[in-house]
Design a protein around this ligand. Structure first.
Ligand SMILES: Nc1ncnc2c1ncn2[C@@H]1O[C@H](COP(=O)(O)OP(=O)(O)OP(=O)(O)O)[C@@H](O)[C@H]1O
Ligand SMILES: [Mg+2]
Length: 386
């Protein structure tokens, strides 16, 4: 099983590239499914077929699916969401930190990712190509299971205790909404499922992300940021894709665009090395339907199998040292002063900008204290000693 996760800023060509990639995987003989987790689906338009919430076969070896996020959310999280909404309303929303609140559902796309788990477990396909929502969203979603586990860890023990001791009384003496058993059970199921999704997506032997960009300053910046955050959250990236490169023979209006692109191209090459940088030209018309996706795939991958691991680089790891252990987290494009660390019991909280990753420490580290941290080769090294 292989999972290819395409992400990037809005409009850079994620859907087109994901569709072209899936087409090429299918032709190479892999049973391939391409699925869109972006609520604003355009995968069907790209492939030139009408897609549904369940997979349909589009071509030999190729299936496609536009996930119904709302349906996934309702069936997995509906009960819990209703309860949380009652609870938050009862508490008065202003008592809850804005940052924490914003990660509580309403975030349907997260539940779309559960379809990846389903396909992974059913094992019907060799390759799953994911056309994800634009960068910021996707990255936030990918960190959600951690944050939810944290929420549930704090919220539900209280709820459970209340349930045992107070419920019969609480029903009479307070109007605080009390979680019924089914709420707790379905919360636990949902969290477990999401944690599974995250485990699959962070398994470096299964899943790699590919960042799609164009040769524009803001898009390149965003791509850099997503490489940082993907690394922070433990996802492997095995290529970046530069789409819409203007050909040499353009004139007028587009000549100056091409000039600008030519300035940025070497910068991208240097910045993202040693990751392979795949390139696709700006075609003379929109890339829609297999006949046009095909040349796109050919130019991107050439003879190479798109399902291959295009790069294997350093990932999060723990090294034994004389004093204890070192935890190494690759964080490209970040300087030391942008990173903030906090440890509480068995958790290490790494903050980079607005993104926070709560690493649940393995037993060997949880007993130790993080003494020091420094940057080395674009990676954060946290020194744990006894
Ligand atoms: N290399 C290219 N040359 C010409 N047109 C392209 C190219 N890549 C994508 N397009 C066209 O640009 C439009 C946007 O592409 P696409 O939908 O793949 O972007 P996206 O990143 O998925 O956008 P969104 O963020 O909205 O999901 C489409 O009409 C597509 O056909
Ligand atoms: Mg898209």
């Amino acid at each position: 099983m292989r999972i290819l996760f395409y992400t990037g800023k809005g409009g850079v060509g994620k859907t087109s590239i994901a569709a072209a990639t899936a087409l090429s995987c299918a032709q190479k003989g892999h049973r391939t499914i391409v699925l869109s987790t972006d609520a604003a689906h355009s995968l069907g338009d790209s492939l030139g077929v009408e897609l549904r919430a369940e997979p349909i076969q589009v071509l030999p070896n190729l299936w496609a699916q536009e996930i119904n996020a709302l349906h996934e959310l309702e069936s997995t999280w509906g009960t819990v969401r209703n309860y949380l909404a009652d609870l938050l309303a009862w508490q008065g929303v202003e008592t809850i930190a804005q940052g924490e609140l914003s990660v509580i559902p309403g975030t349907e796309e997260l539940f779309s990712l559960l379809q990846i788990k389903r396909h992974y477990e059913e094992g019907l396909y060799d390759v799953i190509v994911v056309d994800a929502a634009p960068t910021g969203e996707t990255l936030r979603l990918l960190s959600l299971p951690d944050i939810m586990r944290w929420w549930i860890g704090r919220l539900f023990p209280i709820a459970r205790a209340l349930l045992k001791v107070v419920r019969p009384v609480a029903r009479r003496v307070t109007d605080m909404p009390i979680a019924e058993d089914d709420v707790l059970a379905s919360a636990q199921l949902a969290i477990d499922a999401l944690v599974d999704v995250r485990r699959i997506l962070t398994d470096q032997e299964i899943c790699t992300a590919r960042i799609v960009m164009n040769l524009e300053k803001m898009v390149i910046r965003e791509a850099q940021r997503s490489l940082t955050y993907l690394s922070l959250f433990g996802y492997a990236v095995d290529a970046v894709i530069v789409n819409r490169i203007l050909p040499p023979n353009v004139d007028g209006h587009f000549a100056s665009w091409r000039e600008m692109q030519q300035e940025y191209e070497p910068i991208v090459d240097q910045t993202f090395a040693p990751l392979p940088i795949l390139k696709a030209p700006h075609f003379s018309r929109e890339v829609i339907g297999p006949a046009l996706l095909q040349p796109m795939a050919d130019l991107l991958y050439g003879e190479c199998d798109p399902a291959a691991f295009l790069y294997r680089g350093p990932t999060q790891r723990v090294l034994k040292t004389q004093q204890g252990y070192d935890l190494i987290v690759p964080l490209p494009f970040v300087s030391e002063d942008q990173v903030h660390l906090a440890q509480s019991a068995d958790e290490l909280l790494i903050s980079v900008g607005w993104h926070r990753h709560r690493i649940v420490l393995p037993q060997s580290l949880a007993r130790l204290r993080a003494q020091d941290a420094f940057f080395e080769d674009e990676a954060l090294r946290v020194i744990f000693t006894r």
